[in-house]
Ligand binder design. Structure first.
Ligand code: ADP
Ligand code: MG
Length: 300
């Protein structure tokens, strides 16, 4: 067989065997192997290694897509310095991912804006990058999906499908006031996942207020019991990140203004402005309102 014919048949076989990385690089690698006097085994290893790496990267890209994680909420954009030493240590352990094998749950509590969603998404993202499957879903959306499945008599199938993931990240449990029917499907899910795969969840409501989610005391106790049995609890008792940022910005702006106006006595217009500004800037008031520090229920 001529070299050209051999090459063509080899490419054909590599296509049939679905080995795109090897197909891509076998010629260049053969040249390198000749130059560097690599053994046959070394050459074959290089090719196999590239194929394995390509498959791993493709698998992770697929897991990331199907995870529905908000990709901007990663560890790279999360300021870990805001967390206490204890929380940091807990996060470090969670990042190792061994809680998934133990089917432990991760429950993040804290006031709105404290970073629960971002932190759990960041942990989940790292887990996906290390080859685990996670699904992120806002609780309200999950409940709606399950209700539709129940109506169509395929709740069992829907629950089974959710069981494919190593962890289910349920964001904002209890934010929406749930009807009894909604509570029931949510409870079915938690009961179904108990000791089978991990549930990661965020909540602005402490357990003492969970009766507003599960309606009656028995169901509430049963749900909490299942979740807590094997779990890591993250208490984010932190001020709102957004609020803190806007306050920092306000302080910086105020500093700038003072630097620009060294002697306010000679600048009556500046004095007038500071009188009308009041104790809080409009921006901070707006941030406070959106954090739900007013009378409206808060979203986290
Ligand atoms: P929660 O879920 O507790 O209500 P989020 O996780 O949604 O809070 O955080 C609110 C906002 O503040 C988000 O935009 C988030 O990215 C940001 N944020 C919160 N904590 C941090 C942090 N430690 N480092 C960087 N950004 C943060
Ligand atoms: Mg949140």
């Amino acid at each position: 067989m001529s070299a050209h014919a051999l090459n063509e048949r080899l490419v054909g076989h590599l296509k049939t065997l679905h080995l795109p990385a090897i197909r891509e690089s076998f010629e260049d690698e053969a040249m390198r192997a000749t130059q560097e006097s690599l053994s046959y085994e070394q050459y074959l290893f290089e090719l196999a290694d590239q194929e394995v790496e390509m498959r791993r990267a493709n698998r992770i890209a697929r897991f990331l897509r199907e995870s529905r994680l908000p990709l901007e909420k990663g560890l790279d954009t999360f300021d870990l310095k805001r967390l206490s030493h204890k929380l940091c240590a807990q996060v470090r352990v969670l990042l190792e991912g061994s809680f998934l094998a133990r089917k432990e749950n991760v429950l993040a509590f804290g006031n709105p804006g404290s970073g629960k969603t971002h932190l759990l998404c960041a942990i989940a993202r790292e887990l996906v990058e290390s080859g685990r499957r996670v699904l992120f879903t806002p609780c309200a959306l999950l409940v709606q999906d399950l209700l539709i499945a129940k109506r169509d008599l395929r709740l069992a199938r829907a629950l089974k499908k959710l069981g494919r993931y190593d962890a289910l990240l349920i964001d904002d449990i209890g934010y929406v006031q749930q009807s009894r029917e909604e509570m029931e499907v949510l409870f079915s899910l938690l009961a179904d996942r108990y000791e089978r795969t991990s549930v990661m969840l965020t909540s602005n409501l402490s357990f003492s207020k969970w009766e507003t989610i599960f309606k009656d005391p028995m169901t509430t106790a049963a749900a909490i019991d299942r979740l807590v049995h094997h779990s890591v609890i993250l208490e984010l008792n932190l001020p709102s990140y957004r609020l803190e940022q806007s306050e920092k910005q306000r302080t910086a702006e105020a500093k700038n203004e003072t630097a620009e106006e060294p002697d306010e006595r000679n600048h009556p217009s500046a004095n007038e402005r500071s009188k009308t500004r009041g104790p809080q800037s409009r921006q901070v008031r707006r941030a406070r309102a959106s954090e739900g520090q007013g009378t409206t229920p808060a979203k986290g």
